[in-house]
Design a protein around this ligand. Structure first.
Ligand code: DCP
Ligand code: MG
Length: 463
């Protein structure tokens, strides 16, 4: 392990919700919940103001509504978040060739490989500058962790949240990890956590004290050894630039074998979505979809399917992964599932969408419809009438007279619009008929407006 804290982990704060608040001045400082709004919807994320009520990611939306009835509820706008993510990843790539995105709002950066940091002081300075740059370019805040390993850098950014920076000094890792709950370590989910607790192990220090043999006895060879090493703060995993990677894949090991075929299918879909998130965060696309299955008896098989053209479309990857799963017998139960995309290429989004559509046999979405992203948006029944479907809660609109705004709600032939922009004050609400010819869907406005040669727009505003 290196002896300088030059691995950086960045994680944007309440990413989707912060993006919405920056875009909609009336929501700043308020509880905002983003996710699927249908009866089976789940929370993608909640603003920190909403977290006070106990709302968090992956919670059923119905439960969130009970906890925070007065919050603003919005559907996710993935193209908007992706555009911000590209700005952030661009700033990271300016620091180092070794940038490993984990999702739209999260990445590791090897600062040493980029020559921008070599010791504690230069690392701290680089991290602080990065946070300032992110704020200036995107208008949003991100938290930074710095450490000598990926595991510790990620723990540090978690501690830094929200809007902070934490640096873990090399040599202090074990003392820091010791009192932390076992769940802090990567790969320890609820079931492994329970398993360890029944053996009297609740903290990282207790894992270290138990020793490797005991861990292997409790959790099996691979998992036991890996966990023991992490408890000693040993983590040699390098930062791998997705650009150099030949494939992008995600996998999950399950604490208990999954027997239920429906659950296996659902897990594969979820992994496909996560894989596409990583692919997109890296600005890439791929032609071959790979499914990996490790069965109850540790027999591991992979199946792959090559598409006609490269894709980064979640629907295409999901469908291919689902097809591949149909050729695998999982009756005895599975302990690991993985989905990957290989044959990577750099393509512009536009090309990809066109090719992805061909790849699924011309099942094209109408051009004028915003692309419905599959992730976290299960089919939401009942479908609203066509006129109202144009006006999705939270999406931007433009009115011929009143200008730019966003849909606050629609129904019964009416649509309510709040007229405000990222650099206006909180705006006023007006209601229109859903077929009002003066109202049309619009693209999101940039969160930060800059004049050539000038700083941020704030200098221009009176008062
Ligand atoms: N996300 C999601 N479903 C989840 C978790 C996250 O759709 N179960 C989405 C919404 C988040 C984004 O991914 O905004 C980033 O995930 P994070 O876990 O980093 O959560 P946040 O950025 O929202 O909050 P934090 O400040 O805790 O990082
Ligand atoms: Mg985040």
């Amino acid at each position: 392990m290196r002896n300088a804290p030059t691995i950086l982990h960045l994680d944007m704060d309440a990413f989707y919700a912060s993006a919405e608040q920056a875009s909609k001045p009336s929501l700043r400082g308020k509880a905002v919940i983003v996710g699927g709004l249908g009866p089976r919807g789940v929370v993608a994320t909640a603003s920190y103001e909403a977290r006070v009520f106990g709302v968090h990611s992956a919670m059923p939306m119905a439960q969130a509504r009970r906890l925070a009835p007065h919050a603003a509820y919005l559907v996710p706008r993935f193209p908007f978040y992706r555009a911000i993510s590209e700005q952030v990843m661009g700033l990271l790539r300016a620091l180092s060739p070794l940038v490993e995105p984990l999702s739209l709002d999260e990445a590791f950066v090897d600062l040493e490989a980029g020559g921008v940091a070599w010791d504690e002081e230069s690392a701290r300075l680089t991290g602080a500058r990065l946070r300032a740059d992110i704020r200036e370019v995107t208008g949003l805040t991100g938290s930074v962790g710095l450490a000598a390993s990926k595991m510790l850098a990620k723990i540090a950014s978690e501690q830094a949240k929200p809007d902070g920076l934490v640096l873990i000094e090399p040599g202090t890792e074990r003392a820091l990890l010791g009192p932390m709950p076992v769940r802090t370590l990567p790969g320890v989910g609820p079931a492994t956590g329970d398993h360890l607790r029944r053996a009297g192990i609740t903290t990282v220090e207790e894992i270290a004290e138990a020793g490797q043999d005991e861990l292997v006895r409790l959790l099996g060879r691979a998992h036991g050894q890996a966990l023991y090493a992490m408890a000693l703060a040993h983590d040699e995993r390098p930062v791998v630039a997705e650009r150099d990677a030949k494939s992008v894949s995600v996998e999950d090991t399950y604490d208990m074998d999954i027997h239920d075929r429906v659950r296996v299918r659902a897990e594969v879909q979820r992994l496909a979505d996560r894989c596409v998130q990583r692919l997109r965060a890296a600005g890439r696309s791929g032609r071959t979809v790979v499914l990996k299955v490790r069965r109850y008896d540790f027999s591991t098989l992979t199946r792959s399917e090559t598409l006609r053209g490269p894709t980064d479309d979640p629907a295409v990857v999901r469908e291919a992964a689902a097809r591949l799963l149909e050729s695998v017998d999982t009756t005895g139960g599975v302990r690991l599932l993985g989905v990957g995309v290989s044959g990577l290429a750099d393509f512009t989004q536009e090309d990809l969408f066109a090719q992805a559509r061909t790849a699924v046999g011309g099942a094209a979405l109408p051009e004028e419809e915003p692309r419905r992203e599959v992730q976290d948006e299960p089919a939401e029944e009942p479908a609203p009438p066509a006129a109202e479907r144009r006006w999705r809660a939270g999406h931007d609109v433009r009115h011929a007279v009143h200008g730019h705004g966003w849909v606050q709600g629609s129904g019964l032939g009416r649509v309510t619009v709040r007229f405000e922009t990222p650099d206006s004050g909180p705006g006023r609400v007006r209601t229109f008929r859903t077929d009002d010819p003066e109202l049309e869907p619009a693209d999101p406005l940039p969160l930060v407006t800059r004049r050539p040669g000038a700083g941020a727009l704030t200098t221009q505003e009176p008062g």
